[in-house]
Design a protein. Sequence first.
Length: 153
Amino acid sequence: MPHLRFEAVQPDGDDALRADWQHAHNLIIPTSPLSADEIRVRARRNHLTVTYRGDMLVGCSTIRPPKDDRATATVIVRVLPEHRRQGFGAQMYDRALTAAYEIGARVIETVVLASNEEGLRFAERHGFVEIDRYTLEGDTIPFIDLRLADAAG
């Protein structure tokens, strides 16, 4: 398995890391593009990571820490299309899942844009089941919330 490098995105840290996270997010979630300022805000409340193979951007991930009494964390992994089906997503997911459990998660959820069929299949292969589907105001493509089956109740 190729070696990947993971870099944490800090709110006031390296602008290049934030720009790479933004590129990956906005490419995969074109219906909800984020500005640099929005990413700074997210980096203050979430764990944002950029993943590279050497110097090549592979994708990004987000961990929304648990906030409720169910200790639910959201783990989102985004792999650029040209790097899919090479095992990178699994490595990124395993790392993010471990980190979520280390910060107290007992329930893991994810969210996938419905048009991202590969992302949806990836989530289902890794044990996630759909729990909700919604469309943001002004959008036409729904988001799908999924929960790990062992925690889906």
